[in-house]
Design a protein. Structure first.
Length: 177
């Protein structure tokens, strides 16, 4: 059972990373095309700005879960690191529950936006249904929530310590990946 869950988590993480890489690459190409068109041909390519904004939304909302996985979120953890293990675990669980509650609010609140985008809203330039942008909210919140739960489980013995990753020695702030 644990192996199956870890395979599912690995699939979710791979999917999230793939979405972020594709959207970031597209966003970069779209912005470069806009700059190139504007300065070389003196012509503004209107659709590039809109699609780059759509891609950026997905990068940010899905990428938040990736940063949680790697422990790259900004946090004040100098005090929690000094707490006894039992108290640090309780604090980690309380913080995780608060974060998940907030993410549930985001996910639930975004359902109305998705419905609105499905029924009525389209983007101004390309007439892309806006639900495609709004869908990043619940998916990103859900993935972030999964990573928060995994963070509590994986860091049980050192709740606020340095995140260790198999592909690098450390992911401390200031070190290159």
């Amino acid at each position: 059972m644990a192996r199956l869950l870890m395979r599912i988590v690995a699939g979710i993480r791979l999917t999230a990373a793939t979405i972020v890489v594709i959207c970031f690459a597209y966003m970069t190409i779209a912005v470069l095309a806009q700059v190139f068109g504007r300065y070389v041909f003196n012509y503004s390519i209107s659709w590039t700005e809109e699609t780059a904004r759509l891609a950026q939304t997905w990068v940010i909302l899905i990428g938040a879960g990736i940063t949680m996985k790697r422990g790259w979120h900004v946090a004040v953890d100098s005090l929690p690191e000094k707490l006894p293990l039992r108290i640090a675990r309780v604090l980690k669980i309380i913080l995780a529950c608060g974060s998940i509650w907030f993410l549930c609010l985001i996910g639930y609140g975004s359902l109305a936006l998705i419905e609105l985008g499905w029924l009525f809203e389209v983007s101004p330039v390309l007439s892309i249904p806006m639900w495609t942008m709004y869908l990043a909210l619940p998916l990103g919140a859900g993935y972030f929530g999964v990573e928060i739960i995994l963070s509590v489980i994986e860091r049980w013995n050192q709740p606020f310590g340095v995140v260790r990753s198999p592909d690098r020695k450390s992911s401390e702030p200031g070190q290159s990946p």
